[in-house]
Design a protein around this ligand. Structure first.
Ligand code: ADP
Length: 172
């Protein structure tokens, strides 16, 4: 393979992914810790803001897909627990960033998430606990699940002009 083709391949692997530090993460002062973990993996922040989202934004973010996979009752809880509370929205850029960020974030259920992952190290709640409390499972962070979701989610929280393009020291 020529070096030109190799480079093309590498560039195709560069992805953007959306991370939300959820209201429980913000209230526990975990913003810096979470950003540090992701930055230490050489993932590059290209957009970031703190937002108090409306129910409409949360409803758009958690689309029909979550209702199909987890049930409409879960979507309602997410809208209820997320709306009108500060969250931090961040776009990370990196090679296979979507998969890599999900790996660092860990399993949806903190009870099951492995030590060393964000959800495993900073939480322990279970689906059962969320059911009993009638809340959306508090698990600190959201990260896009695939390319299609990443594109859709980034466009909900950021305009194109808010995404910054620059070379980090690793790339320079
Ligand atoms: P992930 O956030 O790991 O991508 P999902 O997209 O399946 O997981 O679910 C979105 C969010 O909905 C979860 O992060 C969690 O906060 C919440 N959630 C999922 N399933 C349940 C459930 N059964 N009860 C309460 N909350 C849930």
């Amino acid at each position: 393979m020529s070096s030109g083709l190799k480079l093309q391949g590498r560039i195709k692997m560069l992805e953007h992914t959306l991370v939300l530090i959820k209201p429980d993460g913000v209230r526990r002062h975990l913003i810096g810790e979470i950003l540090a973990r992701l930055e230490k993996a050489c993932l590059k922040i290209v957009a970031m803001k703190m937002v108090i989202p409306s129910p409409e934004i949360i409803n758009t973010h958690y689309s029909e897909d979550i209702a199909k996979r987890r049930g409409e009752h879960v979507r309602k809880k997410l809208v209820n627990d997320f709306s009108n509370r500060p969250v931090v929205a961040v776009v990370f850029e990196g090679v296979s960033a979507i998969e890599v960020v999900r790996k660092i974030v860990g399993d949806t259920e903190p009870k099951k998430a492995l030590p060393g992952t964000i959800r495993g190290d900073y939480g322990h709640y279970s689906f059962d606990y969320a059911d009993v409390k009638n809340i959306a499972l508090p698990n600190i962070i959201h990260a896009s699940g695939n390319k299609q979701d990443a594109e859709r989610e980034i466009s909900i929280w950021f305009s194109k002009s808010e995404l910054c393009s620059y070379k980090s020291i690793h790339e320079a």
